[in-house]
Design a protein around this ligand. Structure first.
Ligand code: ATP
Ligand code: MG
Length: 419
């Protein structure tokens, strides 16, 4: 066994610190604020679950279960997996807590997910998602509301113009079964042109061949029978209804007949907000309807629809760093000033001010550090200031020096913050 290093992250994982942590926090806070407007409350499920929570729901043929799960046996012999996605855990919680009497249930989450993938820009082994699940509404209005939430959120994060919405319907089971037959017949005639992966998919999950990124598969897919031609009346009606309502809301979309999503539990609507700015990591926010999932997991029949978005991909699309709150820096010179500043900082912080403390070094270095910490002002306190009761407040952006008395300090700082 190789010895593992003690001073570096595992491939495909990363630390979030300063700017990247600020972006993360901004995306999460904005998402929860927008989701609250749509009536969502927060859910936090464990980071690991029994492996079947994922393997039985996502499907053995899915990329996640067949290649990407972090599964392990713990010391008690239980077969556990780090969660690769959020929906299965949310539905497990819904069943376990008996939440059916709370329909419609609107749950929003954020947190880390784990997949053993080939790391690259926008694709990691530990990554973070936000996600929304609307449980207990069968009407396609719920699908529209879910897309409306995603659309509002992307706009509010300032990335809406970089994303486009694609939708498709994979119909109900009857429609899918009928379509699968025709599709398998078609692919069987073109077997030699399919990639090795797709040949395997043909018996396991032929619909997945439709969204293959392999060149040969793409050519075969061009003339493949169309799913939408095989939807039964109920499925077609639902899909048409959704399109009409999206038009009412002026949310632009395109139908992509090759969008099938990789997981077994979807039915009817599937959708994706994509971008052309992140290379092959083009999926930003993906979702769909999953009416059968609760039953697969041993729960009551439950209509549901939801989506998840990758926080790193959202962060890569957000141009500006969210503005950090700015502090005033207290710079004490001498022992007396140090204890004075400690008390002053305590009092300012209790009144809601952000206060940084310039601890040591010469004055000019401490001023430089205050500027590099993005403080908006520095208050220099030495013996002289303590005996006269008059302080110098230096505005770091402009270099302006303001003389003020201690009694006026809070009023002045408040004015500066509000400016
Ligand atoms: P992709 O086609 O890029 O592999 P996916 O279909 O596997 O995406 P989902 O399982 O639908 O993705 O996850 C929802 C969202 O999570 C994606 O739209 C994407 O923004 C993000 N995401 C998925 N996998 C990763 C990853 N390995 N690293 C970072 N973000 C990811
Ligand atoms: Mg994937």
């Amino acid at each position: 066994m190789q010895t593992s290093p003690t001073n570096q992250t595992v491939r495909g994982t990363h630390d979030l610190i300063f700017s990247s942590a600020r972006r993360y926090r901004h995306i999460v806070d904005t998402s929860f604020a927008v989701a609250a407007r749509y009536g969502y409350g927060e859910i936090k499920t464990p980071i690991f679950e029994f492996t079947p929570v994922f393997s039985r729901t996502l499907g053995d043929a899915s990329d996640i279960v067949s290649k990407e799960m972090y599964s392990f046996t713990d010391k008690g012999g239980d077969n556990l997996s780090l969660r690769p996605e959020g929906t299965a855990g949310v539905v497990r919680a819904y069943i376990e807590q008996g939440l059916k009497n709370q329909w419609p249930l609107k749950l929003f989450y954020e947190g880390p997910m784990f997949r053993y993938e080939r790391p690259q820009k926008g694709r990691y082994r530990q990554f973070y998602q936000i996600g929304a699940e609307l449980i207990g509404v069968e009407k396609p209005d719920a699908d529209v509301e879910t897309i409306s939430l995603a659309h509002t959120l992307l706009n509010e994060l300032g990335v809406g113009s970089k994303c486009y919405l694609e939708i498709n319907s994979i119909g109900d089971k009857e429609s899918r079964d009928a379509y699968r037959k025709v599709l398998v017949e078609y692919y069987s005639k073109h077997l030699e042109r399919l990639s090795e992966d797709s040949k395997k998919r043909l018996s396991l999950n032929p619909l997945r061949i439709l969204d293959s990124k392999e060149k040969g598969d793409i050519e075969v897919n061009r003339d493949a029978p169309k799913l939408l031609d095989h939807l039964n009346a109920v499925s077609r009606e639902k899909f048409e209804y959704i399109q009409k309502r999206l038009n009412d809301l002026k949310i632009p979309f395109k139908i992509n007949q090759h969008l099938v999503r990789g997981l077994d539990y979807y039915c009817h609507l599937v959708f994706e907000f994509r971008t052309s700015e992140l290379g092959s990591q083009d999926a930003v926010l993906s979702g769909g309807r999953y009416d059968g999932l609760s039953e697969i997991m041993g729960g009551p029949a439950t209509p549901a629809v939801g989506w998840a978005a990758g926080i790193e991909r959202l962060s890569l699309l957000t141009a500006a760093d969210p503005v950090a709150q700015r502090a005033v820096c207290l710079i004490p010179i001498g022992d007396k000033a140090e204890s004075y500043c400690l008390t002053l900082a305590h009092s300012l912080r209790q009144d809601g001010f952000l206060v940084d403390m310039g601890y040591s070094g010469n004055l000019s270095n401490r001023m430089k550090k205050a500027a590099s910490h993005n403080c908006y002002a520095a208050l220099i306190v030495g013996d002289n200031e303590l005996s006269t009761g008059e302080f110098g407040l230096k505005i770091l952006d402009s270099g302006e020096q303001i003389k003020l008395r201690e009694a006026d300090l809070k009023t002045k700082l408040r004015e500066l913050i509000l400016k």
